[in-house]
Design a protein around this ligand. Structure first.
Ligand SMILES: C[S@@+](CC[C@H](N)C(=O)[O-])C[C@H]1O[C@@H](n2cnc3c(N)ncnc32)[C@H](O)[C@@H]1O
Length: 341
């Protein structure tokens, strides 16, 4: 991996954008095919905790009456739960060949794998913790102007004056210099192409992140890059490239704007806790046998992790955009924060 990176950086004249570095490092990371997910891996996502998240998410999806397209399905845990709850066609678009084999082994013939986005789609698109894995440009706002932070041959940060689309996007963001952060151009482009293909239905993006005002808050002057290895979180993206997860928080305002530009409506934006409560997570919990502690205790622990403000409840958000829905989407009846986007 190191050699591959250095060859590419040398061929580019000693510097590549951080977004390219992140893309190559994550391709290698998700391509390894070993166990990134779950208690023995590098991180735990909501579907890996158990079935409560998927069973609750199935409730709004049931009302859409269409096929599901899941992007970046990880170990296939969410697909497995949703297919138990819903009787619908299920498509997966997964960029890592190793994870696709793992999903195929787990889900068998119950899903259809796509190699690229369909030309047109009607139904529900889900992306859980996928946007945080999309490459971001690293940007520095300085007294002298905007710089793009890239990667040099010895895998350290190196700055250049920003130009093109990165400069354009950075100029639209007001922050007090000196200030470092990220801009998710790839995520925005992804949303635009998905939105253009969605003839009717909804796109649900679930991830950790903020609206723009919070994302580029004066106090968040070191950005949001975060790396995960064996449940340790740290901020050095150049440590063991290809062997650790590199992520950035999601700017939900930018995604909502990209969707809106492509003709979609913002259907809701809420914290994960509020969304799951609105979807009836407590009813799902109530179906469990409270008398049986062995059965109930793990479910209660799962609910705690999904809902607690100290864990996933507040930092994780749900953004729904779409068109042509016959009734309001379940999940946003209370605590909708669309007006903060
Ligand atoms: C952090 S994992 C989340 C997996 C799963 N959704 C979950 O919640 O457990 C990120 C997933 O997104 C996939 N991925 C990354 N970029 C993608 C892209 N542009 N399109 C589709 N999948 C992508 C990765 O291979 C991996 O499966």
């Amino acid at each position: 991996m190191l050699e591959r990176l250095q060859r590419e950086i040398a061929a580019a004249g000693g510097w590549i954008p951080f977004a390219r570095y992140m893309e190559l490092a994550l391709q290698a990371y998700y391509g390894r095919g070993d166990q990134q997910f779950g208690p023995g891996g590098d991180f735990v996502t909501a579907p890996e905790l158990g079935r409560l998240f998927g069973r609750t998410l199935a409730r709004p999806l049931k009302e859409i009456h269409g096929p599901i397209l899941e992007l970046g399905a990880g170990s296939g845990a969410l697909a497995e739960t949703l297919l138990n709850e819903l009787d619908c066609e299920y498509f997966i678009l997964e960029t890592s060949p190793a994870l696709r084999s793992r999903q195929s082994a787990r889900l068998g013939g119950k899903v259809k794998f796509l190699d690229r986005l369909p030309e047109a789609f009607r139904g529900a698109v889900i992306a859980n913790e996928v946007l945080d894995a999309m490459p971001v440009h690293a940007v520095g706002w300085r007294a002298e102007g905007v710089v793009e932070r890239g990667v040099s041959l010895d895998l350290t940060w190196k700055e250049k004056p920003a130009s093109g689309a990165v400069l354009e996007a950075a100029k639209a963001i007001e922050v007090p210099a000196p200030y470092d952060s990220e801009i998710g151009l790839a995520g925005q482009a992804w949303m635009r192409s998905l939105a253009e293909r969605l003839e009717a239905g909804v796109i649900l993006v679930i991830d950790y992140g903020f609206s723009r005002r919070e994302y580029y808050h004066p106090q968040r002057s070191m950005g949001t890059l975060m790396c995960h290895t064996r449940h340790r979180a740290h901020g050095d993206p150049f440590e063991r490239p290809g062997e650790q997860d590199i992520t950035a928080h999601v700017d939900f305002s930018a995604l909502a704007y990209a969707a809106h530009e492509s003709g979609l409506e913002v259907l809701g934006y809420a914290t994960q806790a509020q969304f799951l409560v609105n979807c009836g997570i407590t009813d799902v919990l109530a179906q469990a046998n409270v008398e049986n502690a062995l059965h109930y205790a793990p479910l209660a622990a799962e609910a705690q992790t999904l809902l607690s403000p100290a864990e996933m409840g507040e930092l994780f958000k749900v953004l729904a955009v779409g068109r042509g829905l016959e009734q309001p989407l379940l999940g946003f009846s209370r605590g909708d924060r669309s007006n903060t986007l």
